[in-house]
Every structure is written in structure tokens, then in C-alpha cells.
Ligand binder design. Structure first.
Ligand code: SAH
Length: 271
């Protein structure tokens, strides 16, 4: 049997196609197969050779996605044909990117792989909204959290132990961590803000919801834990993908909101 090809598990960055790493770009330039997600900017595919096979595995209009097992099998299959495979994922592949499952599958099959980190949305998207996730005066700790905390967890079961664990988690997020970035959380925002307040976070804590960050259509709505839902209802339409950022650092935006104040036309021409 011929030697298997190598699989590169590459972070595409948060949206702006220039925010991929040099290493990620070089992987794309050598790719024979690119398997990409919905959140990886399709503009990046232009860097792959024209003859490279391009396989989309994100959400389809009928809301179906390729099953994780199918993606794992596909990565292995293409590599076993001796091909150089790039698995391109939005942001960083290790942050809510299931890279662990894919790498484990490849390791089990003896297929060589490399992980190429990317710029994650929870840090880059706030940066483009004028919010540094840490700041010497306002935030010395930062957490990255899935906004799906409710689903399949203690809130929907009767397990006391699990409930304690979940409550501990909310308490830590409410009181122990200065800045919290919730990914995939927009649909669950009412629950998230109520949990944070219930576990001791001040209702006046600033919140920013940033959609399509680092892209020309980036949109931000700010408020507090108390009023962010009303602000969203009254403000511009926010659609996924969006980051919910909670913490005093959000106030920095008033001073350093550089990207949204830029003339987007001039920004576009530098790309
Ligand atoms: N691996 C990715 C995260 C995948 S989970 C990363 O490291 O960034 C998908 C979630 O990421 C979305 O629901 C949203 O919360 C966030 N996200 C990704 N791209 C984004 C963008 N351009 N603007 C705002 N949020 C984004």
C-alpha cells in the first residue's frame, strides 16, 4: 500500500480572509483536497490549486450537516489515497472545532497529521469591536464558553450532582472570571444573562453582542446584563455567527472602537 498523505487541521481565522496564519496559507497552497466548514471564509479556497478537490461539509440549506463520523472517515479515506488533505475550520480548530475527534480518528488509523492553530473568534471579534479581552485595569481573567450550556445538561435532567456542577460553573463565570466570551450563544442569551445575574454578577455589567466580526458587515450591539435583550430588540438585526462578550472590558470600546469607525471602503481596498 502506498504511504498515506498528511492531513493538516487548519484554523481559517474568524472571517477576514487575511487573518489566516502564514502556515495555514502554505498548507492550502499545497492541498490536493480541501474539506471546509461553513465558517471558513470561502475566499480562502482561492489559495488552493485549481485542480484541488473542494468538499463542503457545513450546514446545507435543508439544515443538514455532514455527520462527524462521515467527516472523520472522509479525512482518512482521502489521506489513504496518498493525498495532502487540508481540513479548514473557522477560527481556531481547537476551540469548539471538534479537532480532537478528527485527530484521534487519524491517529487511530496511523495517518500523519498536523494541527495549525488559527485566530479564534472569541478574541479577534472583540478586538475588531474595540474590546481587548484582557486589560490591566478591567480584566485579568478570560474564559471561552459554549452558549449551549443548557442543552443536555442538568437543567433538563433531575440529577442533583450534575446540577451542582452546572451551578458551580455558572458561579465561576459570574464571580470568578472577569471577561467571558460565549460562542454559539445568541439563541440562548436570555438564559445566559439570567444565570449570570442569579449567580451574583452585577446586572449593570457591560455586554457586547458582535455578529459577523472582522467582516465588512460586522455589527455590534452593547448594553448590560439587565438590558441587552431590549437593546437587541431595538437595535440592528443580529444574526449568527455572533460572540457574546461579558465584562467591564466592553467599555473600552467607547475609546478604541477602531474598525467600525473606519471607512469600510478604504479598508476593503487594502485587502
Ligand atoms: N473554531 C471557531 C469557533 C466555532 S463555534 C473559533 O475558534 O472561532 C462557532 C461560533 O463561533 C459561532 O456560533 C460564533 O459564536 C463564533 N464565531 C465564529 N466566527 C465568528 C464571527 N466572524 N463573528 C462572530 N462570531 C463568530
Amino acid at each position: 500500500m502506498s504511504r498515506p498523505g498528511r492531513v493538516y487541521l487548519v484554523g481559517a481565522g474568524p472571517g477576514d480572509p487575511k487573518l489566516i496564519t502564514v502556515k495555514g496559507l502554505e498548507c492550502l497552497q499545497q492541498a490536493e483536497v480541501v474539506i471546509y466548514d461553513r465558517l471558513a471564509n470561502p475566499a480562502l479556497l482561492e489559495h488552493a490549486p485549481a485542480e484541488a478537490e473542494r468538499i463542503y461539509c457545513g450546514k446545507l440549506p435543508d439544515n443538514h450537516t455532514m455527520r462527524q463520523e462521515t467527516i472523520n472517515a472522509l479525512l482518512a479515506e482521502k489521506a489513504l489515497e496518498g493525498k495532502t488533505v487540508v481540513r479548514l475550520k473557522g477560527g481556531d480548530p481547537c476551540v469548539f472545532g471538534r479537532v480532537g475527534e478528527e485527530a484521534e480518528h487519524l491517529a487511530q488509523h496511523g495517518i500523519p497529521f498536523e494541527i495549525v492553530p488559527g485566530v479564534t473568534a472569541g478574541i479577534a471579534v472583540p478586538a475588531y469591536a474595540g474590546i481587548p479581552v484582557t486589560h490591566r485595569e478591567y480584566g485579568s481573567s478570560f474564559a471561552v464558553v459554549t452558549g449551549h450550556l443548557r442543552e443536555g445538561r442538568a437543567e433538563t435532567t433531575n440529577m442533583d450532582v450534575a446540577e451542582d456542577t452546572v451551578s458551580d460553573k455558572w458561579q465561576a463565570l459570574a464571580k470568578g472570571i472577569d471577561t467571558v466570551a460565549f460562542y454559539m450563544g445568541v439563541g440562548n442569551l436570555p438564559f445566559i444573562r439570567k444565570q449570570l445575574i442569579a449567580h451574583g454578577r452585577a446586572p449593570e455589567t457591560p455586554v457586547a453582542v458582535i455578529a459577523w466580526g472582522t467582516m465588512p458587515e460586522q455589527t455590534t450591539v452593547t448594553g448590560t446584563l439587565a438590558d441587552i435583550e431590549e437593546r437587541l430588540a431595538a437595535g440592528p438585526h443580529i444574526s449568527n455567527p455572533a460572540i457574546i462578550l461579558v465584562g467591564d472590558v466592553v467599555n473600552m470600546r467607547e475609546k478604541i472602537n477602531w474598525f467600525e469607525r473606519m471607512e469600510r471602503g478604504s479598508w476593503a481596498s487594502t485587502r
